[in-house]
Design a protein around this ligand. Sequence first.
Ligand SMILES: [Zn+2]
Length: 131
Amino acid sequence: MISREEVAKNLRENSTVHTTDEVYVALLNCIGITYDYANLLNRLADLIDPTCKYLPNVHAVWFDGNDEEYEDTSLEALGNSENAYCSVCGYEMLTGEEGWFDYEHEEHGNRLIPRFNYCPFCGARVVRDEA
Ligand SMILES: [Zn+2]
């Protein structure tokens, strides 16, 4: 995928457009979108406001009364704190007593509430998982 810096450079080099059609085509070209036009707005949003989630390394898995298995990758397994990672860059942050998260106890696992707003490694805004 084309980087933010490359997109910005392309946009600056193509700033001599005159019509709506030219703007649209230039925008798609600058962002590196060829056929997936519906993705243009999402890609723009990601460039303006990159986001990530911090997910537990050991997520909640449980079974119902019929031995049907369920899992929730956003919940940390009960009694099993093994850090959490950034969904964009994979950077790991400490969980548990000394960690960087508050805990919200739920029936099948613990919801991690990050005490930071941006990933310290990739800089993406951390989106919190609300129950
Ligand atoms: Zn990150």
